[in-house]
Design a binder for this molecule. Sequence first.
Ligand SMILES: CC(C)(COP(=O)(O)OP(=O)(O)OC[C@H]1O[C@@H](n2cnc3c(N)ncnc32)[C@H](O)[C@@H]1OP(=O)(O)O)[C@@H](O)C(=O)NCCC(=O)NCCS
Length: 255
Amino acid sequence: METKLPEHGAEVVLCAVGAATSWAESLLTREELERASAFRHEVDRRRFVIGHGAVRVLAACHLGMESSEVPFLQDRRGRPELPGTGLECSISHSGDLVAVAVADDRIGVDVQHHPEEIPLGWQLVAIDAELEPTGPNPRTHFLHRWTQMEAIMKVTGLGLALPKTSRTLIRDTGLQSCYDTPFGMANCITLELDDDHALSVCTIENLTWFLSAAVADLVSGELPVLRSWRGDRTVPNSSPDDRQVQPPSVQPKTH
Ligand SMILES: CC(C)(COP(=O)(O)OP(=O)(O)OC[C@H]1O[C@@H](n2cnc3c(N)ncnc32)[C@H](O)[C@@H]1OP(=O)(O)O)[C@@H](O)C(=O)NCCC(=O)NCCS
């Protein structure tokens, strides 16, 4: 299926978890709606519905079809898929934010609200050196790393089944990190959205790409877009040593 993505390898959209969800509900399958209605908290239901609706709207923009026609599945591990479209996708939610990404290759996205204190449960998970809170701002360092780990878990599709020993940090420039994984080199870019939120995007490719603020008219309608970014390839087939990630240009989306 032809898409508009080849010249823009990835697209990431950040949405608000607003009150209105009917636009998204109208796109979901009966099974998804049943899952949504099982959430105990209304905010969890809205995050789920908006994530699943937004990923269809974004994919539809690139596929040139109606959002309601976009095929959407989740595999047995929960990895979202757009079968038969040639696109890959990822979903994340935290607090009042939902992030969705579509790409022409595997992609993982993770958005995370910064808690005041690093929760004990997280600290127990974070026994690997990469996650150890260090530097002048350990809390921020930890949260950036955490979103990168989550994005890697998603890009591989393994989620928590990805063994910690199977990823090795081989390059780290703070907001841009590269990990060796059984799936290939995982390139992560982290965006500090504001004082309280960070977002990481991960792809598995031996090429250079960067995120920049995307054009405002990419998605329209009822999708409550706060910001969006476009991932562009610049040096296809570069060797790992040639790989570099450009500093992201993070700007609020203007309508
Ligand atoms: C899959 C995982 C990444 C979920 O992350 P999370 O931060 O809890 O939740 P997010 O909102 O960011 O992402 C959830 C979305 O990930 C997607 N997802 C779930 N399993 C996935 C998988 N195996 N591969 C790719 N994506 C997956 C789903 O679309 C899900 O949203 P949905 O249920 O509404 O469809 C998994 O790592 C996890 O459960 N982590 C728990 C926290 C943890 O221990 N992290 C360790 C960090 S070192």
